[in-house]
Design a protein around this ligand. Structure first.
Ligand SMILES: Nc1nc2c([nH]c(=O)n2[C@H]2C[C@H](O)[C@@H](COP(=O)(O)OP(=O)(O)OP(=O)(O)O)O2)c(=O)[nH]1
Length: 178
């Protein structure tokens, strides 16, 4: 069990004991213009989907460090302030390892947006997200972001990694355990 995992704080005894692989997911916001930067994933897991910027947390870094690193690698932006806004847990059919995704909003950042090998960045209106080209769960929890609510979402998926068979999504006062 990864000691950085926060899954044991989630009241779900069936899943607390599972191994959790840690990921980050960062959404740079342009609040003045109500825009968010997404990237079209060009390869690998989630190919051809728009998403925030993130990936696996490496063994030698904290989750927040991983979030900053993945953002700069995939978008060119260096976050100067980030807020942890959500926690997503994905359980795939026939997979003993759950995905634990730490979601952040980047309110300020430096640098220039660049296309990377992995992502083609594009700004979107926060009220007009390309959900048909995003992961199926994203349209469920994005409204929490719009309302400024922190959230925890647990999603159970079929082995096709797309079909949600069950979900438990709720607002939390704090993600202080993260
Ligand atoms: N919005 C959203 N993001 C998701 C979902 N599922 C999921 O893994 N992600 C995110 C978490 C990570 O940011 C990203 C997956 O990480 P990755 O496989 O690209 O990780 P990586 O860059 O380290 O991988 P690699 O290709 O370099 O080996 O996708 C989902 O359902 N919705």
């Amino acid at each position: 069990m990864d000691s950085r995992s926060v899954a044991h704080h989630i009241e779900d005894s069936d899943h607390q004991a599972m191994a959790h692989r840690l990921y980050t997911l960062v959404f740079p916001l342009d609040s003045d213009n109500n825009r968010v930067l997404l990237g079209l994933k060009k390869r690998g897991f989630g190919c051809n989907k728009f998403n925030g910027f993130g990936g696996k947390v490496e063994a030698t870094e904290t989750i927040a460090e991983g979030a900053v690193r993945e953002l700069v690698e995939e978008s060119g932006l260096v976050a100067t302030s980030m807020q942890n806004c959500g926690l997503l847990l994905f359980y795939f059919e026939n997979d003993p390892v759950a995905m634990e995704v730490h979601v952040y909003l980047a309110h300020t950042y430096e640098g220039t947006v660049i296309e990377s090998d992995e992502m083609r960045p594009q700004w979107f209106d926060i009220h007009d997200m390309p959900f048909s080209q995003m992961w199926a769960d994203d349209s469920r929890w994005w409204p929490f972001v719009l309302r400024g609510e922190k959230f925890v979402g647990q999603f159970w998926l079929k082995a096709d990694q797309a079909t949600i068979t069950r979900e438990h999504l709720y607002a939390v006062e704090s993600l202080g355990f993260v």
